[in-house]
Ligand binder design. Structure first.
Ligand SMILES: Cc1ncc(COP(=O)(O)O)c(C=O)c1O
Length: 354
């Protein structure tokens, strides 16, 4: 599959959210049996939720509109107003979800520094848990992100996930996992996703990233947790009606799109290895489908010049911080697209205009 715009092939590496539904998804969506999901009678949503619960080893699951909504509903369900959640300082939930937990839930975020591998160091995490004191908010929740988007897409290992779960539970806290890309983590680590979610009280994963669906995420947890989460989803306006048309694509994602994530990882690695050889650029480590690279100190171009010179060559990627860029592989990027991106980057760095 390739993106064709005005007869031209576009290599869109801005994010794995740019994927469009596959022909199989479009067929499944058109044929989906639907009902009113707020009444609980959309059979396709029910089927997707059952599949998601089974895949993550949880009792139940809830279909939500987005990763942001899945995380927000989880936080609202775990925490009361004035309670505290501990999150990574580079986590998507802290950095990129519009402060929803604080704005809508009155939840106090306490950050711990993310290590370069996306983990929160256990001693620092433990030190951040509040003791009982009239001055303090009460710590209720620990959140971790797997894979960690801004920490090089690193997958957090089974041993770490177990350890962080044990730490949370030994202090009477809950563990929420922002697993927007948990299937990338499972594939990269060659483990069953259940091994990564076993210690979590809740896990959110996205269908609309590497798994290729147009919309949707699943929040998974105990039956009791999901019962409460369903009410919070309604509260934030996420009760969708004939959502089976969307869930149908999600079922295709879970049945057909998981194992192929390995191809995205191979392509990301290939892109990184080639970028590492281009003078003027410095590649950063690649673990899954997210590639970060920077300008070398001697490079004179601005970020905007680099991005627009690539855009002129039909290659899209995003600036990510000062003199730094991000490229993400996904199911609409094949080996030819990667080669085209490498050629275009090389040309731009060589100062060629076409
Ligand atoms: C790690 C992580 N969590 C959550 C989200 C939010 O997902 P959505 O864009 O569906 O709200 C993203 C989106 O990029 C993400 O990368």
């Amino acid at each position: 599959m390739a993106f064709i715009k005005n007869g031209k092939r576009i290599v869109d590496l801005r994010s794995d959210t740019v994927t469009q539904p596959t022909p199989e998804m479009r067929q499944a969506m058109a044929a989906a049996e639907v009902g009113d999901d707020v009444f609980g009678d959309d059979p396709t949503v029910n089927q997707l939720e059952a599949m998601a619960a089974e895949r993550t080893g949880k009792e139940a699951a809830l279909f939500v509109a987005s990763g942001t909504m899945g995380n927000l509903v989880a936080l609202l369900t775990h925490c009361q107003r004035g309670q505290e959640m501990i999150v990574g300082d580079q986590s998507h939930t802290f950095m990129n979800e519009a402060g929803g937990a604080a704005a809508l839930g009155g939840i106090h975020p306490r950050t711990v520094k993310n290590q370069p591998d996306g983990t929160l160091a256990l001693p620092e995490l433990e030190a951040a848990i509040r003791g009982e004191n009239v001055h303090y908010p009460r710590t209720r929740l620990i959140c971790v992100e797997n894979t960690h988007n801004s920490c090089f897409g690193t997958p957090l290992r089974v041993e770490y996930m177990q350890a962080v779960g044990e730490l949370a539970h030994s202090h009477g806290l809950r563990l929420h996992v922002d697993g927007a890309r948990i299937f990338n983590a499972a594939i990269a680590l060659s483990v069953d996703v259940k091994a990564l979610t076993a210690s979590a009280d809740s896990i959110q994963f996205c269908l609309s990233k590497g798994l290729g669906s147009p919309v949707g995420s699943l929040l998974c947890g105990s039956r009791e947790f999901i019962y409460e989460a369903r009410r919070n989803r309604k509260m934030v306006g996420g009760g969708m009606r004939q959502a089976g048309v969307l869930a149908a694509a999600g079922i295709v994602s879970l049945t057909r799109m998981v194992n192929r994530l390995a191809e995205d990882h191979v392509r990301a690695l290939r892109l990184m290895q080639s970028i590492a050889e281009i003078p003027g650029l410095v590649a950063e480590p690649v673990h899954t489908n997210i590639v970060y690279f920077r300008f070398a100190p001697e490079t004179k171009m601005s970020e905007a010049e680099f991005v627009s010179a690539l855009e002129e060559r039909d290659v899209r990627l995003l600036p990510s911080g000062k003199r730094r860029f991000r490229a993400v592989t996904h199911c609409w990027i094949d080996a030819d697209d990667i080669q085209a991106a490498i050629d275009a980057i090389r040309q731009v760095m060589n100062g060629k205009n076409s």
